[in-house]
Design a protein around this ligand. Structure first.
Ligand code: ADP
Length: 381
């Protein structure tokens, strides 16, 4: 077999270098004289072959004031290779001084005793790549600025919506309070006509429903604008549940709402808000069940917490809806729920209230069979 033991001559090496697509030049002497430069390097400088044999700073005067010539002198002095990636340099392009970006290497060539005597300079123009990267970065920054702007607009719109809900709710509350007062006035007149008595009771029932709804809207808007406040006090949770059950018993007389108060369950919480959570869960249990279906409410102490559950044998909830029930304005869309009125804020508010009390709320359900809603909150310490 033929052996490849021959070594390339200097001329052959130079030929290889000069065929290279990379811009290549060789400098000698402490004046950084251009010993050789391939066409790619000459193009790079924007010059012609007359530069060969001249010191670099005379051949390419625009390099004066830039760091490159000193860097080359340093390489010759120290014998250490200098390289850089995407370094900006001012170069002559189409008769104008322009910023271009280079990836370069200044490699010292040393004699037998290790003394550098010339420098091999290779470079590639990465201006297009750098410009493309900068353009991408610019577009990303613009997009981020737009996203930011969009977020601010959404926050503002959300704020306006909350302000609107709050204003409308307040405006609705005032006449409703007057209506309720007039109805109570009539009821206190010792009416004997049974039809009138019953009708007034129904009016009062509807007023109460509407009032709860308006309060929910007000609470949503307060919650969203961070203005909801807890009026904390010590109270027996079972007592609050009993009161709610009694109240709702009047509104939903055909549904049996079962609750047996047990030992005192002292909690330190916002009584009205916890009452509204219980009321919401029981109202839902009734709303999403048959007219005569019963509801069971239970409360038990486990560890340092009290657990409350509301069980119904109503329409039930599909698994994929269960995850979203506590989202704002979420309502299950089905033929059964279509005719049941609501806004999808009751559970959202309940969850927020329970969270504010460092508690948990969740639901389990079997579609078509019934649901159990649970919450737990810490007992007073
Ligand atoms: P609303 O009842 O006003 O729509 P909620 O936030 O109280 O709003 O409830 C959200 C949705 O959860 C309801 O629309 C209903 O689809 C479902 N849901 C709540 N409670 C029950 C329940 N006990 N049984 C079946 N579905 C329920």
């Amino acid at each position: 077999m033929e052996s490849y033991s021959k070594v390339l001559s200097n001329d052959q090496l130079l030929e290889v270098l000069f065929l290279s697509k990379n811009a290549t030049a060789i400098y000698t002497s402490e004046h950084i004289v251009i010993e050789m430069a391939n066409d790619a390097m000459i193009d790079f400088w924007g010059k012609d072959r007359s530069v060969i044999g001249k010191p670099l700073e005379d051949a390419v005067p625009e390099l004066k004031g830039q760091p490159f010539i000193n860097m080359l002198k340093n390489v010759l002095l120290t014998g250490i290779t200098d390289k850089g990636d995407a370094i900006p340099a001012e170069t002559m392009r189409e008769g104008k001084l322009q910023t271009a970006y280079y990836t370069y290497e200044y490699r010292p060539i040393k004699d037998e005793s290790g003394i550098p005597y010339c420098i091999l300079h290779t470079a590639s123009d990465v201006t297009d790549m750098v410009k493309a990267k900068n353009a991408i970065k610019e577009t990303e920054l613009q997009r981020e600025a737009l996203d930011q702007e969009q977020i601010l607009i959404s926050i503002k719109e959300e704020q306006q919506k909350n302000d609107f809900i709050s204003m409308v709710s307040h405006e609705l509350k005032t006449p409703l309070t007057s209506i309720s007062a007039y109805v109570q006035l009539l009821q206190s007149r010792g009416l004997t006509d049974l039809f009138v008595v019953n009708t007034l009771a129904k009016v009062q029932k509807q007023i109460r429903k509407m009032s709860t709804l308006i309060s929910s809207f007000l609470n949503v808007s307060r919650l969203e604008s961070g203005k909801i406040q807890l009026n904390l006090s010590y109270f027996d949770l079972d007592k609050v549940i009993s009161d709610v059950v009694e109240d709702l018993g009047l509104i939903y007389p055909t549904n049996q709402i079962n609750f047996e108060a047990g030992d005192r369950k002292l909690i330190y919480a916002d009584q009205d808000k916890i009452g509204s959570v219980v009321s919401n869960l029981i109202s839902n249990a009734v709303k999403y069940s048959d007219q005569n279906s019963a509801v069971w409410v239970q409360s038990v102490i486990m560890g340092n917490e009290v657990y409350v559950s509301v069980t119904d044998h109503g329409i039930g909830i599909k698994t994929h809806d269960l995850e979203k029930l506590f989202d704002r304005f979420y309502r299950v869309e089905s033929l059964q729920t279509k005719t049941i009125s609501g806004f999808g804020i009751g559970l959202y508010l309940s969850a927020e209230i329970i969270n504010l009390h460092q508690g948990k709320i969740w639901a389990e359900s079997e579609y078509g069979t019934g649901s159990i809603f649970h919450f737990c909150i810490p007992l007073a310490s």
